[in-house]
Design a binder for this molecule. Structure first.
Ligand code: SF4
Length: 466
């Protein structure tokens, strides 16, 4: 199974308030983007306090830990899934650093493709790194530029000129909340306003909804937004923002179904994937089911076009904590049975179309097919709401190297036999790039499917992962 990447959140309040609680709520809504670590930093009178640790938001912030954070006017938060750097508390964010002009708290979603070479250059200048995450590279570049520039936003703009890859950043200085998106717009970032006039940035609009904020718009690719006592200012003309490359897999899998990214509903995009699948890969079947969560909407779309009834065939257990995951190899092997339950009464004796968002190594899909067969399904037709993975992702997800991708070196009929399905059909690359009728296919990144890396494929990527 693939993992999500990271989620970022930031808020500016005109008057001091208990912002830690609001950030907690926003991060809880972004929990699907990262479950390994969480953190919150609050700025009270130019002093930055923070709490962070490994685990879910609710695990890191018991009642007392949240209470340790003071009221303030600015706050940022982060949920992490490690795609580069070690999975340890030291890499948890916000990353808070101190330099001669003040403190800086940074939250990053994405992955730099030139992170290793930038780190090497900084180390040769005498910088000592404390984490293995490339977020620290961004922090040191920010510091370096801040020493020579009149403002933090100018330092950010100069830093962006050196970065290559995917980054949606939310950060705070002693007096400002800043947000930016890489010039290709690979990872999402949006902002909204609360009824009390607080400005909020979040990876996805579902986090704005969770705190009762009104969605204003997406942060544009390459845009820097600064919020302080004087209001909100936007900087856009400092970099070339053509082409664009929003991660198409956000639509299929990463983002939450109730989010809106670049004006289109994620749920609607997933339904459209199901509709395409029903037309291109029909099946003689009695029931359409989805693998929760992201396969469910695609299953509804498949049902809509095929007229085969949609049903709930698989139930996801959302309450498996880290204790289980850390509980040894034997327990981990049983994880799928604990994570997914089959509704026997729904699938027994039926020819089932089962829709999932992806096949990576094929191991998980083979187990799910076996679970559905064991529950009595007479046939299992697998449909995948993404094209076959043929390339790794360098932009902040854990789509792995080619030797781990089953579609590299195996034909579709070989994959079908491996997973034990009666038939198998994938979305085409052309279809995945047309999930948003309002956007041109050229505005997406689909590199893990078509190998076209808009931000380049770094020579140093494997160096930083190792
Ligand atoms: S390579 Fe795939 S997962 Fe990575 S950003 Fe591009 S579309 Fe998204």
């Amino acid at each position: 199974m693939l993992h999500e990447e990271c989620g970022v959140f930031g808020i500016f309040s005109p008057i001091p308030d208990n912002l830690a609680v609001t950030v907690y709520d926003g991060l809880s809504a972004l929990q699907h983007r990262g479950q390994e670590a969480a953190g919150i930093a609050v700025n009270q009178d130019r002093q930055i306090s923070f709490e962070k640790g490994c685990g879910l938001v609710s695990e890191v912030f018991g009642k007392d830990r949240l209470k340790r954070l003071p009221d303030g006017k600015i706050a940022v938060g982060h949920v992490r899934y490690a795609t580069t750097g070690e999975t340890s508390e030291i890499n948890a964010q916000p990353l808070v650093i101190k330099h001669v002009k003040g403190k800086l708290a940074l939250c990053h979603n994405g992955n730099l493709v030139n992170g290793a070479s930038l780190r090497k250059a900084l180390e040769l200048e005498g910088n000592i790194f404390h984490t293995t995450s490339d977020t620290e590279v961004i922090a040191y570049l920010m510091t370096k530029h801040r020493l020579k520039t009149p403002s933090i936003e100018k330092a950010l703009i100069e830093t962006m000129a050196e970065l290559k890859g995917a980054y949606s950043l939310v950060m705070m200085s002693p007096a400002k909340l800043l947000a930016c998106r890489d010039p290709l717009g690979i990872r999402p970032l949006c902002y909204g306003v609360t009824p009390e006039g607080k400005t909020v940035f979040a990876s996805e609009s579902c986090a704005l909804d969770a705190i009762g904020a009104r969605f204003v718009r997406d942060v544009a690719p390459g845009e820097v937004i600064v919020v302080d006592e004087k209001g909100l200012r936007s900087f856009r003309n400092h970099c070339d923002t053509k082409p664009k490359a929003l991660c198409v897999f956000e639509l299929i899998y990463f983002a939450r179904s109730d989010s809106i990214i670049e004006k289109v509903s994620i749920q609607e995009a997933r339904k459209q994937a199901g509709r395409y699948l029903a037309k291109a890969h029909p099946a003689d079947a009695d029931l359409v089911i989805g693998v929760p969560d992201s396969g469910l909407d695609a299953a509804m779309g498949f049902s809509e076009v095929s007229k085969i009834p949609f049903g709930t065939g698989l139930i996801k257990n959302k309450y498996i904590g880290r204790t289980f995951i850390e509980g040894g190899q034997r327990r981990r092997e049983n994880l799928l049975r604990l994570k997914l339950g089959v509704v026997k009464s729904a699938v027994a004796g039926k020819r089932v179309v089962m829709i999932d968002d992806s096949i990576v190594r094929g191991t998980t899909m083979r187990r799910i097919v076996a679970l559905v067969r064991d529950a009595g399904a007479s046939a299992v037709h697998v449909r995948v709401s993404a094209p076959p993975f043929l390339n790794p992702c360098y932009y902040g997800t854990d789509v792995p190297s080619r030797d781990k991708l089953i579609a590299c070196g195996h034909r579709i009929d070989e994959i079908r036999a491996h997973i034990g399905a009666d038939s198998l059909g994938f979305l085409s690359v052309d279809e995945v790039l047309r999930l948003y009728p309002e956007k041109e296919p050229s505005e997406f990144c689909a590199a893990c499917f078509d190998g076209r890396y808009a931000a380049g494929a770094p020579a140093d990527f494997f160096e930083i992962r190792s």
